[in-house]
Structure formats: structure tokens, C-alpha cells
Ligand binder design. Sequence first.
Ligand SMILES: Cc1cc2nc3c(=O)[nH]c(=O)nc-3n(C[C@H](O)[C@H](O)[C@H](O)COP(=O)(O)O)c2cc1C
Length: 262
Amino acid sequence: MMLNKIFYFSGTGNSLFAARQIVEKLDNVELVAISEAMNNCDSLEAERIGFVFPVYAWGLPRIVADFVKQIKLSGEEYTFAVATCGGTPGNTLIQLKELLNKSGGDLKAGFAVREASYTFLEENIFMKIMRNIAGEPPLPFAERLSEIIEVVENKQQHKLETSSKLANFLGGMIHKGAIKQFKEAAADFWSTEDCNLCGKCVELCPRGNISLVDDSPVWGDDCELCFACIQWCPEEAIQYQEVSIGKQRDHNKQISLEDMIE
Ligand SMILES: Cc1cc2nc3c(=O)[nH]c(=O)nc-3n(C[C@H](O)[C@H](O)[C@H](O)COP(=O)(O)O)c2cc1C
């Protein structure tokens, strides 16, 4: 039997948890972090190829788009995707299909599932607007798992799940600009005197964008705004702008810091 592969990206653990659940239920699957596969995975051979990742600003995270642009597919493989989101997936799965088409493949099934959102962006004006026009949020991942497994096991076609037409349209416009801004968001992260230089943030960063210089972490200009560094810091010594001050740190409870680093 040929191998199945699932590529995942996860900042706060939701997508890693979802990917692991799928791996447990399917035979013969290799689970690969997109951050690891970047730059050393151009030609892919697998019977089924899955992508599990979060929705960022109603579209694909930059790292997922960059990864899909660099792979080559034969068109013979069965491809599927699970996008985890806090409420509004927008056009994310359509974006993925378009990129996969350019890489020689296709997207046969695309699921949007709801999970908790651990950002400090709740007061963002775009978030508020989109919440009001998005329509019903998708069902939680746990309620979709058996359906997802059945579709993927049988290599079935499944419609790519999106938000309302209006939300897709606006989300599509917002996404491009937002993703550019996220790249530079690193300038908004800073560390406090609680930092003990453990280096976990360096290991967690999917872009290798954090280094320890002298007595503090330093962020480069290649940020995904995944919030991994701030949400997993064992000392809670990282802040984002002023908005995280005094706020509780949080992430998917079924995933540990070790899982994230592994
Ligand atoms: C920068 C950023 C942008 C986000 N944008 C959206 C969005 O447009 N729509 C949405 O429903 N959730 C959005 N979220 C929430 C995440 O998609 C959601 O929490 C996801 O499950 C996180 O996955 P992870 O834990 O694997 O990182 C965003 C999160 C971040 C960090």
C-alpha cells in the first residue's frame, strides 16, 4: 500500500490536534510539519495527501501558501484539507485549490472546522465586521471527525466549505494586505524581565524568526503571527503590543509544548 501524508501547520495546537486525530484513524500515514518540510520537499509521492492548518485573515497562512507553491504533484494523488478556524473560514479552501492546481494537483475535499481562537486580535475592527456577516460558524472538529475520515478513506469528492458570499468577497480583499502586515508583526512582540532565556520560543517559531541575542529574544522580519511564541512561553514572558498585558495565555489543551516542538 502506498503511503499517505499529512502536512500540518499549527501555532496554538488546534491544527496539530486535528491532524493527529486524523492520523490515528487512517492507516499508513506520515505526519509532517510544514515548517520542517519547507525547502526539503519538492516532489511528493503519496496515495493521499492532506493539509491541516489554521485560517488566517480569511485565507491561507503565508507558510502554507509558500509550501504549496514549492511542491510538485502528479495529479494522480487524492488531496484533502482541513482548515481550523475561530469562526469564519472565508475563501481559504478555494485559495488552496487554486495553488494546488498550479502545482499540478487538485483539492478533492475541503473541510472548515471551528476551534477556539487564541489571538489577541478580538478588538480588531475587521474581526468584528466579519463576525457579523459570516453566517453560521462551522461545526467543531470533533463533530466532523468521523465524516472526514469516511470521505478521505474512500477518496470521495467533498465540496470546499466557505463562508457567506459577502464574507468571502470581503475576506479575499482583506487577506492580501493582512498577510503582508503579519510578516512584519514581529516588531510588535517583546519580552519582559521574566524571560530566563530557555529558548523555547526559538524552537517553536515555524519560520526560524526568533533568536536569542545577549539577554533577550529578538524577532526578525519573517513572522506568521501564529502566536506560538507568546502562548507557549513557559514563563509568560512575551507580550504582543500592549494588548496581551494582564491577559491569560492559552492554547489547545490536548497538545503540550513538547508536542509543538517535536
Ligand atoms: C493571525 C491570525 C488570524 C486569524 N484569522 C482568522 C480568520 O480569519 N477567521 C477565523 O475564523 N479564525 C481566524 N483565526 C483563528 C484561527 O484560525 C484558529 O484559532 C485556529 O484554529 C488556530 O489554529 P492553530 O491552533 O493550529 O494555530 C486567526 C488566528 C490568527 C493567529
